[in-house]
Design a protein. Structure first.
Length: 297
């Protein structure tokens, strides 16, 4: 079949016109547990697009083709995807509802990563106080001022916010203490969040600091150590507690002497990274390790 040059030019012109009139399509779906903090993966089903612009509805944006985004708070978010080809674009909007968490959670942000912490309902005074301070921004820019590898990382002293090098830390607080809340089921496994306090000599009631806390890194624990502690302190660990201590380690010698009121449920590796910090003779890291604590709701 003979096709003239003129016909070829006409066909090419029609094709170019068709392409120039076509527009990209914007289409997406998402998956993930819709409970804060919600880690959502977005599936991009757009067509004829060369780049993308996402607006997740909480102030965050992305240009990734297949992004993942974490919603730290519950709420109704309007997600927008704009698919772009040249100077043409299409936008799709879709609501995304994130429910409040079933547990009382806070996030501790550090330069080494973030830790998600569960605050226990069985220690209500410590829980409510920690939440109140976090909501006020009390902890923001404070230091983990005392770090002991194989033991714990400690922070929450308000005097640490602008503390110069070599300044002694560990005596600051909000001006009040909290009654001890010892609960048989809450012990010092690795990742436990507990309240710091002054010594028994000046604090026989073992009242907790109003703001200073520590997170357990701990060491391996043996059955013999647990037996000795039970005999010395006059209590007994449950089988589940013993099994957990043997698997994860911790600091059981602190049980029933310091109030445990939470647990790191995500980000245990951050504890290990901070615990590796080089430090001075007072166990303060040579390079400041700052925190920001935000309620997850």
């Amino acid at each position: 079949m003979y096709v003239s040059g003129r016909n070829l030019l006409l066909a090419a012109a029609v094709l170019v016109q068709a392409l120039s009139c076509s527009r990209p399509t914007a289409q997406f779906s998402y998956s993930g547990a819709l409970q804060a903090p919600a880690e959502i993966r977005f599936e991009n089903q757009s067509e004829k697009a060369e780049r993308f612009e996402w607006d997740f509805g909480d102030g965050a944006r992305s240009q990734d083709s297949l992004p993942m985004h974490v919603y730290k708070r519950s709420g109704l978010y309007n997600v927008r995807l704009t698919a772009i080809m040249g100077n043409k674009s299409r936008t799709m909007e879709q609501p995304l509802k994130v429910d409040a968490p079933g547990k009382c959670l806070v996030e501790i942000e550090t330069e080494f990563g973030n830790m998600l912490v569960w605050l226990y309902d069985s220690t209500p005074q410590h829980r409510d106080n920690f939440l109140k301070l976090a909501e006020q921004g009390y902890f923001d820019s404070l230091l983990f001022h005392r770090v002991i590898k194989g033991f714990m990382i400690q922070g929450g002293d308000p005097n640490s916010r602008n503390a110069p090098k070599n300044q002694p830390l560990g005596s600051g607080g909000p001006g009040y203490t909290i009654p001890a809340e010892f609960v048989d089921s809450l012990v010092h496994f690795k990742g436990a969040l507990a309240a710091a306090r002054t010594g028994d000599q000046v604090n026989p009631e073992k009242r907790s600091s109003g703001s200073q806390f520590y997170i357990v890194q701990g060491q391996p624990v043996t059955a013999e150590q647990l037996d000795q502690l039970e005999a010395r302190k006059g209590f007994h660990y449950s089988k589940e507690q013993r099994d957990t201590y043997l698997q994860t380690g911790g600091t059981p010698f602190l049980d029933r002497d310091y109030t445990v009121f939470g647990m790191v449920i995500k980000g245990h590796e951050v504890i290990d990274k901070i615990a590796e910090a080089q430090k001075d003779s007072r166990d303060r890291p040579l390079q400041d390790v700052r925190m920001k604590i935000t309620p997850v709701n």
